[in-house]
Structure formats: C-alpha cells, structure tokens
Design a protein around this ligand. Sequence first.
Ligand SMILES: [Zn+2]
Length: 479
Amino acid sequence: MGKKNKNFVEKVTAMEDDFAQWYTDVVKQAELVDYGAVRGTMIIKPYGYAIWENIRDEFDRQFKETGHTNVYFPMFIPESMLQKEKDHIEGFAPEVAWVTHGGDEELEERLVVRPTSEVLFGDYYSKNIHSYRDLPMLYNQWANVVRWEKTTRPFLRSLEFLWQEGHTCHATQEEAEAETSQMLNVYADVCENYLAIPVLKGKKTEKEKFAGAEYTLTIESLMHDGRALQSGTSHYLGTGFAEAFDIKYLDKEGKQQLVHQTSWGVSTRIMGALIMVHGDNRGLVVPPRVAPTQAMIVPIAQHKEGVLDKAYDLRDRLKEIVRVDIDASDKMPGWKFNEYEMKGIPVRIEMGPKDIEKEQVVLVRRDTGEKEFVSLQELEGRLPALLEEIQQNLYNKALAHRTEMTTTVTTMSELKQSLEDKGGFMKAMWCGELACEEQIREETTATSRCIPFEQEKVSDKCVCCGKEAKEMVYWAKAY
Ligand SMILES: [Zn+2]
C-alpha cells in the first residue's frame, strides 16, 4: 500500500458481521473520538464535540426556558459528605475514584471525584435555603463526572464523561413530582425532535432506580442491533437528601419543613445512541437538526475556470439559511464523497461545469443516497425542506425499527426465544416481585427497562412466576 492510499477513507466493518466492531470503526473513522492515555477515557475530537455542542445547546435552551439556572460546583467531595446518605453511597461506592494525596502529602480525609453531585448540592442547599421565599431553587450544572467502570466503550461507558445534572428543591411533593415529569418530557422532546430517536417513557423498577431516589423516570431507546439504551433519567428524591443534609425552610406559617428534591441527567451516552440508531455501513448519519454541517459543497472538476468561484458564491448564499461548508481541497471528489458520508453530513451538494452551465446543482441525501437536480433559483426553498424530510425520515425509520423489534411475550420460554431470535424490546407482564426480575436477568441477561406510562394488559399473569400480574414492563438486553 503506497502513501497514495492514505487519501482514501478506510471501510468500516459491516454492522451485520460485527456490530461492536462497526461501532468502534465509526467512532474512529468519523473522527468523533480518540482513546485517552488512561484506559477507558476518551478524547472527544472537534467533529464529535461539535455534534455534542448542538445537542447540549438545545437541552440548555429548554432548561432555561423551564426556569433553570446554570451553576458550577467543585469536582471533589469529602468522604464524610458522601457517607451522609446511606443508599446513595452504597450505590456509587464500587465505582468512585479516590484522591488520597495532595502532592507528597497524604490527605487527612480522602476525597471522591464526583460520580454525581447530589451531596454537594445538598450541602449547599442546607446553607442557602431558609424560607419558602427561596423556593423553588432550580439549578443545573454542565460538568464532567468520573465512574471507575470495568469495561468501557467510547460514549457508552467511559471512566469520565460529560453530562448535565439538574438539582432542584421544592416546597411540596406535588411541585417536585411535576418537575420530575417535566424534565423527562424535555429529554424526550430533544431526543425525538432533534436527535430523531423515538423513546419509551416510563418508570424504573425499585431495583433499577437511582441510589437514594424515591423513584426514577426514564426514557429508553432501541439501538440498531436490538439492544436498549437508557437515554436520560429524572429522579424524584423525596425528602431523603433533605433529611440527611438538613435542608429545611420556614413555611408561610413559620413552621420548619423539609424540601422535596429532584435530580435529572443526560450525558454524552446520547452520542452513542445517535450513532447506533441512525448509522449504517457507510458510517455515521447525523440528523440535520444537530448536524454541525448540514450541507457540504463538493465542487466537481474544480480546476476548470470559474468552478471554485461559483462554489464559493453558492456557499455564501446558502450560509444565510443552513449550516453549510465547502471542501475545495485538492482531494478527489470520490474521496470527499466517502469522507462526508462517513461523517454523516445530511446533504452533499455537487456542482461542476455542466451544472453551472445549466444553472443547477445536484443534491445527494445521506440517509437514502437519492440524488436530485435543483435549479439555483429553487435551491433556497428546496434545501431546508429537504433537510426537514431527512430529519423526519430518520425518525420514521427508527420508529419502524422499534415497532418491528418489539414483541409481546407471555411465558418465559417465549421471552427467551424471542430475545435469542431477534432481540429488541419484550413487552411482558410482571408481578412486581424482585425475585422474578432477578430470575429474568439471570436466565436471559435482559433487564427491566421501564414500566411504561402507556400500560397494556397483555396477560393476567407474571411472565416469570405465573402469579397475578401488576403491570406491563419492557425488558431488553441493554448497553
Ligand atoms: Zn412474578
């Protein structure tokens, strides 16, 4: 292989052959991440970070629209502070990173690098909330957190990742519960309308809920290989942390009351969902609404007189209406086509001498590969409409896939068989007993994903023990 071949985009492993390898190939070749020096850490490269920024910005906009303010808290937590809420520390202890030394000196008290910040916010709230006038307190933090995971994969599970964590305090349970639902709806909205990822909304079982929460609401999405991914969670914390941290306020009657709290988070894991829901064997497919570049102009026969000038004119015209870029490098058009398909740029605009003569361009969609000729006059109208069509098509495709990959089962043998044969979501009734949930996990490796808000009675009996069923649960193998 000569040096010349370096100019060609390498192929990715076919997802049908090895989905895990396909994923690794795409994150590398689409230039989303690189591996960090410490095992399990990742470097988010410019293109990956630009997509994350667009996702982050939409979440941030909606957080602010719903009355939240951004803050930044320190990354270190004293050990004694983490110990204050018993369930919480038990849940997180196995994966916390400890700081034991500052320079050469051993610290008097060990520090934890935040795995999440409930206790830091709890400590702050106890000092800063005094009266009902201080409520609600609606904070959000964009930060990195560290969880010492044993097996790691870029975006899906890494020692350090980026996320936001909302932490709010309310006077009443009712208000806090309304907040918990509201933020789940914000998550669902961004996932469905920006990332084009359909989600199931529901409640986690007791076993799967956040350590220290009264209950956890979740959005669950389905990846191309039939595995589920928890894509965002919103927790009603009740008064547990308020008791542990003594977060009280004086109500209007002058009585001391505990606050009711929520916390909620989405992380760079959502990038993993974007890759695994929309990607194909040519690489990444980015939904137009979060794509850093929505349309890439590739001049054809650009050495011919006037082509580049026209291509730059086109870019200047279009940049008023879409996020557009041009590749005027001296690489071959074929190389550029592959490169931007790999990066999942929604539309490619080709323009060569013949097109200039005819006053037209060629638009090529990344999602379907379809080409269309559009006159320059109509382009400003057509391009935004095409981007919307692509956005909608990606959502529809993902929804059709989820529907196809959702199976109703009423017995354990059906559950096992179906998980084995095609994977995806299994709808099955459950008695509510932990023993059955654990048995299902042991026998199938599938976990309860959520108790959906939209309940159906697919049987009277628990899929596992055959006793009277309480509710329908979605089960799946998950990332
Ligand atoms: Zn049961």
